[in-house]
Design a protein around this ligand. Structure first.
Ligand code: ARG
Length: 460
């Protein structure tokens, strides 16, 4: 087509198969607003370098602003002949300005343009992602606060291990999400570097000012190396990693919601608005959000793997392989922005069943460690204490009793060091309260955690 950006030395148009393979507008049109913003900044830099008159600059910026509105309204869109977002937008500019539109491309290449656009897209959307994550943090904190005094079985190997406050477990998920926010903010500081000015790979001879463009687009500075500027996709890979790890966190939270709402556990109930039914079994209430959170983690990991594999062994500076950076990035971003509000709603409306949790907390001999530690505090070496407590469990298992149901004679029969005073630690509140060092599940430590995480979530 006559709007192709690279027609000069070519005799005819591309073959249909070539054009079909090369075309990326269905994917990269998402970059249009960012491409237009960076074009406006580039026009100003051309003006400052004396390459556009003030009048030309006004007309250029006016046309770019009009185009932005048309893109937003959907009245300007790519046509079949457009290879990518950059070509489509240049066509739009030429349609409005005639030959003047052709001046904007001076000192710029699609190579530095696309690297800039993708950074702008990600920095903008990461802000939206952080807002969603902070909403999820608040939902987890709210749930923890509502059930702050409720004990539950803490698990290892999915078996009753030691009692914990259910709030302690919920806050463990909140800590993971808080680290995700921290990771994205840290990522942003590293990504605030503008590739514009690198041109195709070597920089421009036109005396443009890369730092001025960078500042106008909200970057901290321009890149120090033009080859690195067009070939670096660390920011995309790092984002995909942050997204994959966040996805993994959501999958672990999702799995717990699946378990907790199962008939066998019965620890939690989903709100009707955040669950689905079965088309055949009228009694069903399914945790689809939790399962989609669990399931979608696969594609986040896949996006990261695909992107890293594409980058591996790629020679500097630009190669067309790099065009394949966009789908994994867009998919991870869009799917997370779709998933997070649903997960947050599910968490915020979850009902926990206090009596069931409290009753289950001591079951499965979950206080056996407390017996061993009680023996240790009476001077028994931990090795022996572990054995004595183990013998107590085995006796109870045989007799069909819980630890606190053993009478004085039964205790002494197991080991003479098991005096009746051991009963002082055979209570869930006692076991919780005793774990009062930093990081423990004692109510006062959990209350502190809640406050600290609330302060953090407010900052997020
Ligand atoms: N659409 C390409 C991409 O997304 C940018 C074009 C660069 N093309 C080129 N032949 N140098 O990576």
């Amino acid at each position: 087509s006559q709007t192709r950006l690279w027609g000069g030395r070519f005799g005819g148009g591309p073959s249909p198969a070539m054009a079909a393979l090369s075309k990326s507008t269905d994917v990269d049109w998402r970059l249009a607003p960012y491409d237009l913003a960076s074009s406006r900044a580039h026009a100003r830099v051309l003006h400052r370098a004396g390459l556009l008159t003030s009048d030309e600059l006004d007309r250029m910026v006016g046309a770019l602003t009009e185009l932005s509105a048309e893109v937003a309204a959907g009245t300007f869109a790519p046509i079949e002949a457009d290879e990518d977002v950059h070509e489509a937008l240049e066509r739009g500019l030429l349609e409005k300005l005639g030959p003047l539109g052709g001046k904007l491309r001076a000192g710029r290449s699609r190579n530095d343009q696309v690297a800039t656009d993708l950074r702008l897209y990600l920095r903008h959307n990461v802000r939206a992602l952080v807002a969603e994550l902070s909403a999820l943090e608040f939902a987890l904190l709210g749930l923890a606060e509502r059930y702050q005094d409720v004990a539950a079985p803490g698990m290892t190997h999915l078996q009753h291990a030691q009692p914990v406050l259910i709030a302690h477990q919920l806050l463990a998920h909140a800590h993971a999400i808080a680290r995700d926010v921290d990771r994205l903010q840290d990522w942003d500081a590293r990504t605030a570097v503008s590739p514009l000015g690198a041109g195709a790979l070597a920089g421009s001879s036109l005396e443009l000012d890369p730092d001025a463009v960078a500042a106008e687009l909200g970057f901290d500075r321009a890149a120090d190396n033009s080859i690195d500027a067009v070939s670096d996709r660390d920011f995309a890979a790092e984002f995909c990693f942050a997204a994959a790890l966040l996805g993994v966190h959501l999958s672990r939270l999702g799995e717990e919601v699946v378990l907790w709402t199962s008939t066998e556990f019965g620890w939690a109930r989903l709100d009707d608005a955040w669950a689905t039914g079965s088309s055949i079994m009228p009694q069903k209430k399914n945790p689809d959000i939790a399962e989609l959170a669990r399931g979608k983690s696969g594609r986040f990991v896949g996006n990261l793997t695909g992107l890293l594999t594409m980058l591996k062994g790629l020679p500097l500076a630009y190669d067309r392989d790099l065009q394949e950076d966009k789908e994994p990035v867009f998919d991870s971003m869009e799917q997370l922005l779709l998933l997070l509000p649903a997960v947050t709603g599910m968490v915020a409306t979850l009902t926990l069943r206090r009596e069931i949790l409290e009753a289950a907390a001591p079951q499965g001999f979950a206080l056996a460690t407390d017996v061993a530690e009680w023996l240790v505090s009476n001077g028994v070496p931990f090795r022996s204490a572990h054995e004595i407590s183990g013998a107590m469990v085995s006796f109870c298992e045989e007799a069909g009793l819980e630890l606190d149901q053993l009478d004085d004679d039964q205790l002494a029969g197991i080991d003479e060091r098991l005096t009746p005073a051991v009963r002082s630690v055979l209570s869930v509140p006692g076991a919780l309260a005793a774990r009062k060092a930093r990081g423990g599940t004692a109510p006062e430590r959990v209350a502190e955690q809640l406050t600290a995480l609330e302060d953090l979530a407010v900052v997020h």
